[in-house]
Design a protein around this ligand. Structure first.
Ligand SMILES: Nc1ncnc2c1ncn2[C@@H]1O[C@H](COP(=O)(O)OP(=O)(O)OP(=O)(O)O)[C@@H](O)[C@H]1O
Length: 361
């Protein structure tokens, strides 16, 4: 049985003035202690979801529950929830300790207790030696850490993070991803993060919620989302996925067998159900699950190479199958006999053992 959720969004909709739908009947269970990421393109409803949990936005309909209690009408400051904003929202005229202690000073804690907790929070984010520094003297990464310390010092049940790393350069961002995950594990606090960066979501989260147009497309751990996306939207949003139209031709043990032109495809059964024979379906195939050879053999499909892009250990071929269907293949640079040029015909086949999901919608 699934554990009781810490936070539950129950049929939450948000319609903004002018009839703009921010959220459309969203049901979401957030488990205590997990690192959950809301991922999706601009305008899909990520920030609105976060603001509804924080209490900055009230739903047009539906409920927000915390530990089974209805908190929909509770004001933000009465919720055991804290938010780290994209721009950090630090007070420039205060030093680091004052910024971190600000939330505590609103509570009735002794001065000694406040200093102890500020010290501990700064220690957690590796800034114990910057207690008296001015915010203006800090680097972007250090400001980010101060914002985190300020959010965790009040020991919220849920920490909400709205694109917390977007202001950092790529290198620092990757380092902070590791730190953020480590901090979350140490605290055991539930983190809910918004990002539109799929690499960030995949590397940091226990579970990812993929959103599209105010709705949830799929909720799953990173590997499941990558290996078994449920819909064409998720498949195209997470990594690169070839979407091949294919006709179901029958079963082969556990595998479903499809034919896409001359390229035979195996796919995973969806919920154990096979489509009816002859039905056209969309199959997702990762670029690394396709092989390209110079010679045609049984089971290969010809594709004209339109471009070749250097990707480090692999070369990415952008090619066109018969009838103009685009296909992307990642080929190891060292592959024996790898000698394609733009304009060549590559003969494409499925890597033996590759698992390709059958996608809906
Ligand atoms: N205060 C508002 N008034 C009117 N429309 C709004 C308001 N806030 C959000 N919206 C609309 O609701 C939809 C969802 O917005 P939201 O900010 O949640 O998206 P998002 O996924 O966080 O996007 P981004 O990645 O660009 O921040 C969008 O169409 C947006 O224009």
């Amino acid at each position: 049985m699934a554990p009781d959720p810490l936070v539950r969004l129950q049929a939450v909709s948000k319609v903004f003035p002018g009839g703009i739908v921010g959220l459309d009947a969203v049901d979401l269970d957030i488990v205590g202690g997990e690192f959950l990421t809301l991922l999706g393109p601009s305008g899909c409803g990520k920030t609105t979801s976060l603001r509804v949990i924080a209490g900055f936005e009230s739903p047009s309909s539906g409920k927000v529950l915390l530990d089974g209690r209805d908190i929909t009408a509770l004001r933000p400051f009465d919720r055991p929830v804290n938010t780290v904003f994209q721009d950090y929202a630090l007070f420039p005229h205060m030093n680091v300790a004052e910024n971190v202690g600000f939330g505590l000073s609103l509570r009735k804690l002794s001065g000694a207790e406040q200093s102890k907790r500020v010290g501990e929070a700064l220690d957690m984010v590796g800034l114990a030696d910057k207690l008296n520094a001015r915010v203006s003297e800090l680097s972007g990464g250090q400001r980010q850490r101060v914002a985190l310390a300020r959010a965790i010092v009040c020991e919220p049940r849920v920490l909400l993070l709205d694109e917390p790393l977007s202001a950092l350069d790529a290198h620092l961002r990757e380092q902070m991803q590791v730190e953020l995950k480590r901090l979350q594990s140490r605290l055991g606090t539930t983190f809910v993060m918004v990002t539109h960066d799929q690499t960030e979501a995949l590397s940091i989260s226990d579970r990812i919620v993929v959103m599209n147009k105010g709705r949830i497309e799929q909720i799953a751990p990173p590997a499941t989302l990558y290996d078994r996306p449920a819909t064409t939207f998720v498949a195209s949003f997470i990594g690169t996925m070839n979407l091949l139209q294919s006709r179901f031709v029958g079963r082969d043990g556990d595998r479903l067998r499809f034919a896409a032109g001359a390229l035979p495809l195996e796919a995973m059964p969806e919920n154990g159900e096979a489509p009816s024979t002859g039905a056209m379906r969309i199959i997702g195939v990762r670029p690394e699950d396709l092989l390209a050879t110079t010679k045609a053999t049984a089971g290969t499909a010809p594709a004209r190479v339109n471009s070749i892009v250097f990707h480090g250990r692999t070369l990415r071929l952008h090619a066109e199958l018969e009838k103009g269907a685009p296909v992307v293949i990642d080929a190891p640079r060292q592959a024996e006999g790898f000698q394609f040029s733009v304009g060549d015909v590559a003969h494409i086949s499925l890597r033996p053992g590759a698992n390709c999901p059958v996608l809906s919608g």
